[in-house]
Write a protein that binds this ligand. Structure first.
Ligand code: SAH
Length: 245
């Protein structure tokens, strides 16, 4: 999958993309991530990329011309790419959205800075605004990295073992069960016996129950849409003190 990122600060991507799983995915050509410096597309001799907002007010707004030139150059080679503008006003990014994007071949991500980008960019390119949460950051670069990371790990071959993306939080509509590794006991805290039992059926049952317990505690909203069977519902009733549905 190809990612093109428009940014004023391309160097911000070097660290995260140069480590671990994303680095390996790039080396193995499973993903191709190109960062485009918006400043290179500025039209004037000072290479201006931002200006004062019409109507007054604090902060600066990213100019539409350099962004347009940069986007047009990218799209000339990728006419069917999906284009995202990072923005706290956008559609909330979540696991389902990541899966949706993982089905694309080409994704272009625009990183805003300052007060954001001139609204006309959105009109000109039918940009889709995407937010990574209800908070405001100084720029869209961390948001772009969040999107690249969450999407890339869903692509075949990016994670070492195919199962690892299937059995975890949100994949089945629940939060993941607790995980442990050696040693068996640490400072008096033991790993639950069932995980050492070698009984795969019991392990599966325990994990399901713990996933339900955690979801009930931390994100009960997820239980409204998670696929549950009668056993799950019975367990949830028990956990909530048998208070019925
Ligand atoms: N004035 C804007 C905020 C600008 S923050 C507003 O009130 O809506 C500067 C840039 O950071 C934004 O253009 C966007 O690209 C990025 N950004 C900040 N918070 C974000 C979030 N929660 N999700 C995605 N991008 C975000």
């Amino acid at each position: 999958m190809k990612f093109d990122i428009l940014t004023l600060f391309p160097a911000m991507f070097d660290g995260p993309l140069g480590q671990s799983i994303l680095k390996r995915a790039i080396e193995r050509e499973l993903i191709d991530v190109r960062c485009h410096a918006i400043r290179d597309y500025a039209c004037d001799k000072h290479r201006t990329t931002d200006d004062y907002p019409y109507g007054g007010g604090a902060g600066m707004v990213m100019k539409v011309e350099p962004l347009t030139a940069c986007l047009e150059q990218i799209l000339s080679g990728r006419p069917r790419a999906r284009i995202i503008l990072t923005s706290p006003r956008g559609r909330r990014f979540d696991q389902a959205f990541a899966s949706e994007l993982a089905a694309e071949k080409e994704l272009v991500i625009v990183c805003g800075r300052y007060e954001g980008v001139d609204e006309r960019l959105k009109e000109l390119f039918a940009l889709e605004e995407v937010s990574i949460g209800d908070f405001v950051m100084t720029g869209g670069e961390p948001a772009a990295l969040v999107i690249v990371d969450a999407v890339a790990r869903l692509l075949p071959g990016v994670l070492g073992c195919e199962e690892s993306a299937e059995d975890e939080s949100f994949a089945a509509g629940l939060l993941e069960y607790p995980q442990y590794t050696r040693p068996e006991t640490f400072r008096g805290h033991a790993v639950p016996d069932v995980l050492l039992s070698g009984n795969h059926g019991e392990v599966r049952k325990w994990r399901r129950r713990e996933a339900l317990r955690r979801t009930l505690m931390m994100r009960p909203d997820l239980l409204e849409t998670a696929p549950l069977d009668d056993r799950d519902r019975e367990w949830l009733r028990l956990l909530s003190g048998g208070q019925g549905d």
